[in-house]
Design a protein around this ligand. Structure first.
Ligand code: 2NL
Length: 340
């Protein structure tokens, strides 16, 4: 009678253990079959009422059932653990043969690209590419350029002055002054680089921007030479012939000085929003080098003459790429720079 119920109990519990699908279900089945409140334990507790012979019989029965249940539990536990590990390995596999993504490829800043293009062009025309200090003396930045002592450009509002009387160059002209001093005539040179003005920053003004100035000094240099080189420069920049005009312009370092305008490339002359209905776009200040400037750098203006020009690289980059806020160019935002 009792033997019968132990056997039934065992086979029911074995079935439950084998059917367990999770560690929780398995544990519940184990507690039910073998736990301290489980039927097997209850049977063991009642053995005291039995005769020694009956006790021996029942004890063997109970121990056998207990052992088989424990084995079944252990087996199922291992099965479930193996299955869990296999599922995890399937989910987490790594293909170590896939090639790595590699470092992200960078590229030149749009201003650097324009600068390099123009360096190539001028090199091909026999010009040297010169570099110079960004911290300059007042002499090289102003005096040697015939800029008078009371000129507003020398003001605190326009120039970053440094302790000791030096300053951050406000144009690349001092590089050309140093070039004239060092090379002597005849010479052809360009001076591209970073310049600084004490400006309030907004969409069209930066305290830091880029310029490319150029100069040729030789015998019998005329405005015809100036025009030839400027037209060559502009058709290289814009990739087509451009129509130009000269208007008088005043800069202390050139005499005569000009504003060179190009016929508007958007509307071709009749007038549009870009040229403000005038048909012309102001682009390039230039002129013949002032004899005082030549003399101060040790070049005899009776024998030598030259032309010079100044090109805003930052403005050119904005025109070419349609950038409407100058602050983007120095901003370092890769989402912006990545577009070029
Ligand atoms: C500008 C300035 C110009 C020059 C720059 C120059 C330099 C020397 C002698 C004579 Cl050492 N001239 N530079 C000449 C004409 C115009 O432009 O701010 N351009 C955006």
């Amino acid at each position: 009678m009792i033997e019968q119920s132990i056997r039934e109990l065992e086979s029911r519990s074995l079935a439950r253990i084998a059917a367990a699908q999770t560690a929780e279900e398995l544990e519940a089945a184990r507690v039910e079959a073998l736990g301290r409140k489980g039927p097997l334990t209850q049977f063991s507790k009642e053995m005291g009422k039995l005769t020694p012979e009956e006790r021996k019989q029942l004890g063997m029965l109970l121990n056998g059932a207990k052992e088989r249940l424990e084995n079944a539990h252990e087996t199922r536990k291992t099965e479930l653990e193996d299955a869990a590990l296999r599922a995890r390995l399937d989910g987490e596999w790594l293909d170590l043969t896939i090639p790595a993504a590699g470092p992200r490829r960078g590229h030149l800043h749009p201003i650097t690209r324009i600068q390099r293009e123009l360096e190539e062009l001028f090199t091909s025309l026999g010009f040297a590419v010169l570099d110079g200090p960004e911290v300059e003396t007042e002499y090289h930045n102003f005096d040697a350029l015939n800029i008078p002592p009371d000129h507003p450009a020398r003001d605190m509002q326009d120039t970053f002055w440094l302790d000791g009387g030096n300053l951050l160059r406000t144009h690349t002209s001092p590089v050309q002054v140093r070039g004239m001093e060092r090379l002597g005539p005849p010479l052809r040179m360009i001076a591209p680089g970073r310049v600084f003005r004490n400006e309030s920053v907004d969409a069209s003004h930066e305290h830091t921007f880029y310029q490319l100035e150029g100069m040729m000094v030789d015998r019998n240099v005329s405005i015809a030479h100036l025009l030839y080189f400027m037209k060559t420069l502009l058709s290289s920049i814009f990739g087509r012939e451009v129509t130009v005009r000269l208007r008088p312009g005043y800069f202390p370092f050139v005499e005569p000085g000009f504003e060179l305008d190009i016929q508007c490339l958007i509307c071709g002359g009749p007038g549009c929003a870009v040229c403000k209905q005038s048909g012309w776009v102001e682009l390039l200040p230039c002129g013949l080098v002032n004899p005082n400037v030549l003399r101060m750098s040790g070049i005899d203006p009776e024998e030598w003459g030259g032309f010079a020009f100044g090109l805003g690289l930052t403005r050119l980059a904005m025109m070419r790429y349609g950038i409407d806020d100058i602050r983007q160019l120095q901003g370092g935002d890769l989402r912006f720079l990545g577009q070029f």
